[in-house]
Write a protein that binds this ligand. Structure first.
Ligand code: AMP
Length: 415
């Protein structure tokens, strides 16, 4: 009987896993460098957690099942609702702001296609307990720094949902109607939007793109009242300018998740096809309150980790390769045990360096080929003749030079 992987899932072979690990550690390294701390929530949660909070888009695409106790559970489709749930109970006593990050798989029952999987990874941050233009700018800056560190060419768009909500409210739409317009906009369904919105200024605003000038144009269209919203937004943009983050203000940007309340942003990469959004985030000031916690402002984002990797492949960026420091070769079975012991000794004395013990016995020339294919920096050749006086041969694989050394001296010779 042959088993296939479930649709929308992938296996990761060693080479790919190596790249994933290296890219993940560079992303989380940036999160660490901003003082964020890693958290982990369960893979499955009560279904209602996401039904109520993540919005229609995600709710329709969840892996839901009943457990043996008849409880409805689902595989987590995203992390923000879980983190809000986790923090809701502990927040009162925690010093603010709380700065956390995660990097883990998510599950959505979507139609698989290029860049869209049923099991995919997200790496993201949440900054909780602070409502200021600095905290919004910090979160956008973190996303931008990750992509800069990885060398990924990208386009960052930023908006403030309160601008659209203000205009929609002024034209008489209730909050739920405003959300549904924002959903339609998110899906690019302009005809659907036109059926619900009559106000011409709304369409002028979603057509605006640029920098500060786009915000000033909104102020001209809407008038003084919008300035309480736009002044904060301009503060974010000024900070992004001051740290060299390139962005486009685009008021047509909406986000599929219901919980966003203010600044929103996304990052796209050219050439990825239909699924070209590699990152999305924004401010969500009501979510934690909805979970019974104190009203707490928060802002965060998630990278679609798989799409970041695809962008790197596409842009020809080196994803990192596995490296072997020392490959230990036993020339025949008689010295296999001694070579095993030397490998172990080297691993301990070189702490953290990669020492591979050659298990398969081969002719020396073949064994050196294996070492070279692994890009090993050194080969240690263990032969009976040298062992007689407690020595081995150390070969520098890049220069090809080799020397006879006492076993006790090998570690100190390895750079
Ligand atoms: P969201 O939680 O929907 O805002 O998504 C955040 C990011 O996760 C998106 O920008 C995508 O890069 C990524 N993402 C969302 N759904 C999928 C999926 N099914 N497969 C791969 N990546 C995804």
């Amino acid at each position: 009987m042959k088993f296939e992987r479930p649709r929308g899932t992938r296996d990761f072979l060693p080479d790919e896993m190596m790249s994933r690990k290296s890219v993940e550690s560079r992303i989380t390294g940036v999160f660490d460098s901003f003082g964020y701390q890693q958290v982990l929530t369960p893979v499955f949660e009560h279904t209602e957690l996401f039904h109520a909070k993540s919005g229609q888009e995600i709710s329709q695409h969840m892996y839901v099942f009943d457990d043996k106790g008849g409880r409805s559970l689902c595989l987590r489709p995203e992390a923000t609702a879980s983190i809000a749930r986790m923090l809701a109970s502990g927040l009162k006593t925690m010093p603010k702001p709380v700065k956390v990050y995660y990097s883990c798989p998510m599950y959505r029952y979507e139609e698989p296609q290029k860049g869209r999987y049923r099991e995919f990874w997200q790496a993201g941050v949440e900054l909780v307990g602070m409502d200021s233009h600095e905290s919004d700018a910090e979160v956008v800056l973190i996303a931008s720094e990750c992509l800069r560190t990885l060398g990924v060419e990208h386009k960052l768009r930023v908006s403030d949902l309160r601008v659209l909500k203000h205009v929609l409210a002024a034209s008489g739409l209730k909050e739920s109607e405003q959300d549904s317009v924002i959903h339609l906009l998110d899906k690019g369904d302009i005809e659907g939007v036109k059926a619900k919105v009559r106000d011409e200024s709304f369409f002028k605003i979603i057509g605006l793109k640029g920098g500060l000038d786009a915000v000033e144009a909104v102020e001209k269209i809407v008038g003084e009242k919008i300035k309480t919203i736009t002044s904060g937004f301009k503060g974010i943009l000024a900070l992004l300018d001051s740290v060299g983050v390139a962005y486009t203000v685009d008021f047509s940007m909406a986000r599929g998740l219901d919980y966003y309340t203010g600044m929103v942003f996304d990052v796209k990469v050219d050439g990825l096809g239909a699924q070209d959004q590699v990152c999305g985030g924004g401010r969500y000031d009501r979510l934690i309150g909805l979970f019974g916690g104190p009203d707490t402002p928060a802002v965060g984002f998630a990278f679609g980790f798989d799409r970041v990797l695809e962008s790197m492949h596409l842009q020809g960026i080196d994803l990192g390769r596995s490296s072997v420091d020392v490959y230990v070769i036993a020339v025949d079975d008689n010295v296999g045990d001694k070579a095993f012991e030397i490998s172990s000794m080297l691993r301990r004395s070189l702490g953290g360096r990669v020492v591979v013990h050659g298990l398969a016995r081969k002719k020396l020339s073949k064994a050196l080929e294996v070492a070279s294919n692994m890009s090993a920096s050194y080969a240690v050749i263990v032969g009976s003749k040298e062992l007689e006086d407690g020595s081995v041969i150390l070969k520098d694989m890049s220069s090809g030079s080799q020397e006879k050394l006492a076993i006790a001296d090998i570690a100190s010779r390895i750079k």
